[in-house]
Design a binder for this molecule. Structure first.
Ligand code: GLA
Length: 715
C-alpha cells in the first residue's frame, strides 16, 4: 500500500511487485487505509478493470488513457507494471516517486506525487524514460490521473472570451467524456482556464460538499479530461494537450510533464480556494516576496498617442496621486512608415520612436525614479506586424506553414520562438532594454493573438513538436531575464486573461485579468478568477467613466472599490480628472496600502455571489485573524429590494474588531432634504467577531453602483 497524504487529502495506491498499480482511494484521510485495500471490489474476469493509477493505452483500459505510445516496431499497446517506489522528505511535505516498467519495452514511467502538508495540495507529474536504443513515439502523456469512486458528480469550470473571461459554469456530469482544453498555442487561457472543481454527490456550496480541485501548471496547450465510466466512477486527468503534438523521444531520452495540482475539501469550495491561494502565496508564486506597487498605466489614458511631453505629465501626475510606478504602454516604438501609431505597424521593431521621444526613454525613467516611482514598459515580444522592418528582414521567422499565405489577427503575425535565432533576438531586445535603462522595474509582456497556422519554416522532424518547442523557448527567455534582472517585475498580459495559469505564474509576478475594466463586469470576472488565483496576481485598474469597453457610467468610488480587491492600478489620464476625483484617488491609494497585506496574504471568503445576489460580497482575513477587509458591491437596484445583512466569516469570534469604512462618502441627503443613514451602520465602531459572524454587517445603498470597503482590525 502506498499512502500519499497531504493535510486532509489522501490518495491510496495498491502496489504489488509485478502487478499493475491501482488507485483505490482519493479523498478524505481514512483512519484505517488498509481496509480499502483489503475490501476493494472483486474483479470479475469478464469485466474490465478501470482502477489503474495511471492507465496506459494497451494495458487494459478502453477509456481515455493517461498515456499512449507508438513503438519503433509499429506496435501500439503498452503494458506497465509496478516496479519500485521511494519517498523523499522535502520542505513542507514529501515527494513520492513510483516507478512503473513496461513488461517488454525498455521504458519506465515515474509517477511523482509532491505533497504539501499545510495546504492539502498534491502536485502530480510524470517522467517518461526511454531506456532503449530506438525512438519512441509519444501520442499522449498526462501529468496526473485520479479515479474518484462514483456517487454522481458536478463539474465547475471557468470559460469566456475576450473581455468576458472566467465566467463560472457548472454542469452535472453524465456518462462520457468531457474535455476542457486549449489548442491556441499561446495565450491559452482566454476561452477556458486550466482549472476545474469536481463536486462529488450533490453540487457543492461555499461551505458544504465534497470537492476536488484540479489545475494545470502549464502555459502551453493544455487539456483537462473528465470521464464518467460505466460504473459511474470519474476518471480525471490533466496535462499538455496531446492534440497534434506527437513527440518522438529518442533512445536514452526522456520527457517530463508539467504538474497537475490537486486539492480536496470536505467542507465546500471555500477551502479549495483558500488552500490553493495559501499554497500559491507561500511556495509557488514568483511574486511571493515582492508585491507589485499600485501603478498608473498609459493605455486607456493615451492609447497610441504617447510622446515624451505627455509621459512627463503622466509621471508627474502619478507621483502627485501617490502611485508607486508608471507604466508606458503600447505606441512608443517603430519609426517612419512603421511607426506604432496604431495596431497596424511597428511590432517587432523595438527601437524607441525618435519623433515621439526625441531624448529616448531613459530621461523619463530617471524622472520617474527621482519622483520615487518605478518605471515600467510594455512589449509584445512574440509578435510582428507585416508592416515592420523586422518582417521585411525575416519573413521566414513567423509561425505559419510556409506553403500557405499567413493569416493576420489584429494585423499581426507571430514569431516562432522555437527557432533559436528568434529566441536569441527576443532575449537580446529585452535584455538590452533592461541593461540600457536600469530604472525599468516592470515589464508588461503582452501577447495579442493565438496560433492559427502552427509550424514554421524552421525544419523539424515533425511540426508536431512546434507547440512544446515554442513554449519551452518562451519559458527559457523569461527565466534568463529573471536571472539577469532579479529586481524586475513581469506581468503576463496576453489581451487580458490569456496567460492566467500557474505555469506562467511561477515566472510572472501577476497577470492582466481582463481588458474589460468596467467595474460591474469585473466583479464577475474577478469572482471566477479568485476561485483558483490569489488577489495579488489579479491586476485590476481604475479607468475613466463611461467605460471604454462597455460604455457604462459608474462613480469613481465604485471603480476603486472593485479594483481595490485585486492589485490596484490606474489606467486613465489623471490630468482629465477633477480636483475632487484626484483627492479621492489619492486617499484611496493611501488606504489601499493599509488593506494590501491582508488582501495579498489573507484567506478569501466568498460571502454573496454576484451570480445570485443583488449584493455581491467577499472578504479576506489575515491568517492570524486580527485583520480583515470586506468588499460589498451592489449589482442591481430596484426600490423595495432588500438584502439581509452580510454575515462575515473567518473572524475569531472571541476578538473585538474596530470596523472602519475605507473610501467613505459623506452622508447622503435626499432631494427633499432628508438626511439618509450612512452606508455602514457601524461606522467606526468596535464589534465582536461573534456579532459580525452571526448578525453581520448591514449596508445602506441608495443608488445603483454603490459599494463599500470595510477594514476590520482586532483591538
Ligand atoms: C492589449 C492589452 C492592453 C494594451 C493593448 C496595447 O490589448 O491587453 O492592456 O496593452 O494590448 O495594444
Amino acid at each position: 500500500m502506498i499512502n500519499i497524504t497531504a493535510g486532509n487529502f489522501q490518495i491510496i495506491l495498491c502496489a504489488e511487485q509485478g502487478r499493475k498499480l491501482e488507485m483505490v482511494h482519493a479523498g478524505p484521510v481514512l483512519s484505517a487505509p488498509e481496509e480499502v485495500i483489503a475490501h476493494r471490489p472483486a474483479v470479475f474476469p469478464w469485466l474490465n478493470k478501470t482502477d489503474w493509477a495511471y492507465p496506459v493505452w494497451g494495458g487494459g483500459t478502453f477509456h481515455e488513457p493517461a498515456a499512449a505510445f507508438l513503438f519503433h516496431d509499429g506496435q501500439i499497446g503498452a503494458d506497465f507494471f509496478y516496479d519500485s517506489h521511494r519517498r523523499t522528505e522535502l520542505e513542507g511535505g514529501s515527494l513520492w516517486e513510483i516507478r512503473l516498467k513496461d513488461s517488454h519495452y525498455p521504458l519506465s514511467l515515474t509517477l511523482c506525487y509532491r505533497t504539501w502538508e499545510n495546504y492539502s495540495v498534491i502536485e502530480q507529474s510524470v517522467l517518461l524514460e526511454n531506456g532503449g536504443e530506438e525512438d519512441l513515439g509519444v501520442k499522449q502523456l498526462a501529468s496526473g490521473f485520479v479515479r474518484l469512486r462514483g456517487e454522481g458528480f458536478h463539474l465547475t469550470h471557468l470559460a469566456g472570451s475576450w473581455a468576458d473571461e472566467n465566467r463560472l459554469f457548472e454542469e452535472k456530469m453524465d456518462r462520457g467524456l468531457r474535455i476542457f482544453d486549449s489548442r491556441e498555442g499561446c495565450r491559452t487561457t482566454r476561452h477556458q482556464n486550466p482549472a476545474a472543481l469536481v463536486s462529488r454527490g450533490d453540487s457543492s456550496t461555499e461551505m458544504a460538499g465534497e470537492v476536488f480541485g484540479f489545475l494545470l501548471a502549464w502555459d502551453g496547450n493544455w487539456r483537462l479530461a473528465f470521464e464518467m465510466d460505466d460504473k459511474g466512477d470519474l476518471l480525471a486527468q490533466g496535462g499538455m494537450n496531446p492534440f497534434m503534438a506527437d513527440e518522438i523521444v529518442p533512445g536514452g531520452g526522456e520527457l517530463r510533464s508539467p504538474t497537475l495540482v490537486m486539492t480536496w475539501s470536505g467542507e465546500g469550495r471555500g477551502p479549495i480556494s483558500r488552500q490553493y491561494h495559501r499554497w500559491a502565496n507561500d511556495v509557488k508564486l514568483a511574486s511571493r516576496e515582492c508585491d507589485v506597487p499600485v501603478l498608473l498605466n498609459s493605455w486607456e489614458g493615451a492609447y497610441f498617442g504617447v510622446n515624451g511631453e505627455l509621459i512627463e505629465q503622466f509621471i508627474d501626475d502619478a507621483a502627485e496621486i501617490g502611485v508607486g510606478m508608471f507604466v508606458l504602454d503600447d505606441g512608443w516604438f517603430g519609426s517612419g512608415e512603421d511607426a506604432r501609431n496604431s495596431d497596424k505597424a511597428g511590432l517587432g521593431d523595438w527601437e524607441v520612436n525618435g519623433e515621439k521621444f526625441p531624448a529616448g526613454l531613459r530621461p523619463l525613467a530617471k524622472r520617474a525614479g527621482e519622483k520615487g516611482l518605478k518605471f515600467g514598459l510594455w512589449l509584445e515580444p512574440e509578435m510582428v506586424n507585416p508592416q515592420s522592418r523586422l518582417y521585411r528582414d525575416h519573413p521566414d521567422w513567423i509561425v505559419n506553414n510556409p506553403h500557405h499565405q499567413p493569416l493576420t489577427e489584429r494585423f499581426q503575425l507571430m514569431l516562432d520562438l522555437g527557432n533559436p535565432e528568434v529566441e536569441a533576438y527576443i532575449l537580446k531586445v529585452l535584455d538590452g532594454y533592461l541593461r540600457e535603462i536600469p530604472e525599468i522595474g516592470y515589464i508588461k509582456w503582452d501577447c495579442n493573438r493565438q496560433v492559427t497556422s502552427p509550424g514554421s519554416a524552421r525544419e523539424r522532424r515533425s511540426q508536431t513538436a512546434f507547440y512544446r518547442e515554442y513554449e519551452e523557448a518562451f519559458l527559457r527567455i523569461i527565466d534568463r531575464l529573471r536571472i539577469n534582472h532579479p529586481h524586475v517585475l513581469f506581468q503576463a498580459c496576453a489581451s487580458g486573461g490569456g496567460r492566467m495559469n500557474y505555469g506562467a505564474l511561477e515566472r510572472f509576478h501577476e497577470f492582466w485579468t481582463s481588458d474589460n475594466t468596467d467595474p460591474y463586469q469585473r466583479i464577475f470576472i474577478q469572482w471566477g478568477t479568485g476561485l483558483f488565483y490569489p488577489s495579488r496576481c489579479m491586476a485590476s485598474h481604475v479607468t475613466a467613466s463611461p467605460n471604454h469597453q462597455t460604455g457604462r457610467e459608474t462613480p469613481l468610488k465604485y471603480r476603486f472599490d472593485v479594483a481595490m480587491s485585486g492589485r490596484l492600478g490606474l489606467e486613465l489620464q489623471p490630468s482629465r480628472m477633477t480636483e475632487e476625483e484626484r483627492v479621492f484617488s489619492k486617499k484611496a491609494i493611501r488606504e489601499y496600502g493599509k488593506i494590501q497585506p491582508v488582501l495579498f496574504n489573507g484567506d478569501l471568503y466568498r460571502l454573496r455571489s454576484p451570480y445570485d445576489s443583488p449584493l455581491a460580497s467577499l472578504m479576506y482575513v489575515s491568517r492570524d485573524r486580527k485583520e480583515a477587509v470586506l468588499f460589498a458591491w451592489l449589482m442591481k437596484r430596484l426600490v423595495g429590494d432588500s438584502y439581509a445583512p452580510v454575515k462575515l466569516q473567518g473572524l475569531d469570534e472571541s476578538f473585538s474588531y474596530r470596523v472602519e469604512e475605507i473610501n467613505p462618502l459623506p452622508p447622503k441627503v435626499d432631494p427633499s432634504g432628508i438626511q439618509l443613514p450612512r452606508t455602514l451602520t457601524f461606522y467606526d465602531q468596535i464589534l465582536s467577531g461573534s456579532y459580525l459572524c452571526h448578525f453581520g454587517v448591514d449596508f445602506q445603498f441608495y443608488t445603483e453602483y454603490s459599494s463599500a470597503v470595510v477594514y476590520l482590525k482586532a483591538e
